[in-house]
Design a binder for this molecule. Sequence first.
Ligand code: NAD
Length: 463
Amino acid sequence: MSKTVSAFPDTFPADIPALLVKLRETYGSGRTRPVAWRREQLQGLIRLFDEREQELADALAADLGKNPLESYVTELSLVRAEAEHALKHLDKWTRSRRVPVPPGLLPASARTEPQPLGVVLIIGPWNYPVQLVLAPLVGALAAGNAAVLKPSELAPATSAALADLLPRYVDADAVAVVQGGQETSTALLKEQFDSIFFTGGERVGRIVLQAAAEHLTPVTLELGGKSPAVVLDGNWAVVARRLVFGKLLNAGQTCVAPDYVLVTKEAAPALKKHLVRAVAEQFGKDPSRSKDLGRIVNEQHWERLVGLLESGTILSGGHSDRGSLYLEPTILTDVAPDSPVMQEEIFGPVLPIIEVEDLDEAMKFIGSRPVPLAAYLYSNSAAHRKAFEEGVRAGSISHNASTVQLAVPGLPFGGAGASGTGAYHGKYTFDTFSQLRPVFTKGTLVDTLRFAYPPYTGLKKRV
Ligand code: NAD
């Protein structure tokens, strides 16, 4: 796939310290604290989506072959809705709240008030390169912070579009887009930030956490993993369509995509038949002609994915084309739990199916592996759903639908264990980029604390 050459050059790592000085000056001036400033930034982000939707969709198409409608639904409208939601609730979120004071400390008052953290760093991956830097930015700005964004170098057209457009819509002295790859990220991580919000893989997540430890910087890690889908019963056509939709969105390059299916031996024949049918329904007999199927991000990932096809028997799919980075949606059966496709997060249009006896065996299988970002159960039995919720640890659980749970702004989105730490979306993003500071106030006219002072022998007599 041809990639648009960035019109915006990468940031020189040597320029990063000066950039940080500028952002610190802005933050230190107090300019980002008033609610009016925060409101302007959120309005700016909304205008960015209203006025530049086409440019952003073009960049996403150049980087990932995304259909414009898919870009709109999974990236642009989603972040716009986050900004609208923050704008609507900003007054409520930023308000201080009184807290009751125990009788022994009266007269006095106590309150909590959300404070911005300072200058924050947001590092994004390539798979949803707009959403995954701008959705955190919504909360960072709503909370009154200055921010550095580091989009992924593997989505260069989108990274360049953000570097070009964002400063025109938000306060350019408070928000900077730094472009570049590993060297740039490494230079950024040497700097002291007040919070780091990282979305990406486990390997780099560890690097970020280590760098943050140096400055004792709080970190949110939005990582990935192998999200299982357990299939027990249901309307097979619907189950298959929802699995295929969740899996093949962005050509399978979605962090919460169902990575693999665990299906009971009893249900397996019906599920397989309907999965094959659902792929044809959504992408046609020859998916290479479909405008709705994205492409693999680069040759290295394409090669990795094509290699994974050897991990089982190909039930359907299997065709690929290096030149266009195309990989046909592929369903694999006879997959051994220790095969390569079951070791790493697939992150592509390959769906392995493993047969199990029952829900118990499926839950043991999931529990024996690192904690996934999401876990899906397809069943109409309330008892099975309850057992799944109690027996499975995951960043999120969704019943009878895959991937769409992340579009509910009232739900926190994040991992657990190996799939991440911290969460965001809606109010949770605001909380992630705020400190809930307690403030206690007392007068000095009468010393109502005197009973608490030493010597404690006296205190003993009084109590
Ligand atoms: P990645 O970890 O390779 O890269 C993420 C970011 O880290 C990029 O901006 C990259 O430039 C930077 N980076 C790379 N090497 C670095 C280093 N040595 N030091 C510092 N920074 C470095 O991830 P990716 O390949 O872009 O994205 C895919 C991964 O992201 C998958 O594992 C996926 O599950 C995960 N993901 C998670 C979520 C979520 O919300 N939890 C969302 C999307 C993707």
